[in-house]
Unconditional design. Structure first.
Length: 232
């Protein structure tokens, strides 16, 4: 195991992905999760191809096993009760805080994060994970159908934001896009002009055609993400 001091030097990051149903955000999530060896999926809509746990007692045991192991592990949780998701976020946050620096880097994927977030509310344990995950070796991906439906703490704690086709952006996100366009000397299309990246398309999604990425251009940012995922 790495020491706490060594772990604090690692770059951990969050990614916020927003886009309408069918726009390509789930495919992008799968692409970004692929190089990671240790992944937890919060998967209420069964969007991802991974083994899922459906009962809270089983999820608690699986989570504890995940935390104690440094081996490659992927699992998801798909509960029928909203209360069980809240318990899961609380248990994960508690483990991260109690065993700080004692777990290898891992990725947390939160699908449909707006189920636990609104413009005026964010589950407090998720908020802690999004804000301080880097201290515990946790990088994360949170996606939703529209950024305007999500608390600002989600997007403001993301190191990279990826926007697929959607009808409307929050005023804050619109300002961030405008600032990035000026900084990069680029002309970004409107988000509603983007082309959906369907599940049957063999090619990878392309920036400025299928999605917009800020603050960094996607191809510039992506090597950092891969290096973090693989420990390079």
């Amino acid at each position: 195991m790495s020491s706490l001091r060594e772990r604090s030097r690692r770059l951990n990051m969050g990614v916020f992905i927003s886009g309408a149903s069918g726009s390509g955000k789930s495919r992008m999530t799968e692409r970004l999760a692929a190089p990671w060896q240790r992944v937890i999926y919060v998967d209420p809509m069964r969007s991802f191809r991974t083994a899922t746990v459906e009962q809270w007692p089983d999820a608690a045991v699986t989570l504890a096993t995940f935390w104690r192991s440094d081996k490659p592990i992927r699992f998801g949780v798909t509960f029928t009760s909203d209360a069980h998701y809240v318990k899961f976020f609380g248990a994960l946050a508690a483990l991260m805080q109690s065993l700080r620096g004692q777990n290898p880097n891992f990725l947390l994927v939160v699908d449909e994060v707006d189920l636990w977030s609104s413009p005026k509310y964010l589950d407090p344990n998720l908020s802690h994970i999004f804000r301080y995950g880097r201290h515990y070796g946790c990088s994360w991906i949170a996606n939703c159908r529209a950024d305007v439906q999500t608390h600002r703490d989600v997007r403001m704690n993301a190191a990279e934001i990826i926007l697929f086709r959607q009808g409307m952006l929050s005023p804050e996100m619109s300002k961030m896009l405008a600032a990035a366009a000026i900084q990069r000397g680029a002309n970004f299309p409107e988000v509603w002009q983007l082309t959906p990246h369907g599940p049957d398309e063999p090619a990878l999604a392309e920036e400025h055609t299928h999605f917009l990425a800020i603050p960094e251009a996607f191809d510039i940012w992506l090597p950092q993400w891969h290096a973090l995922a693989t420990g390079a």
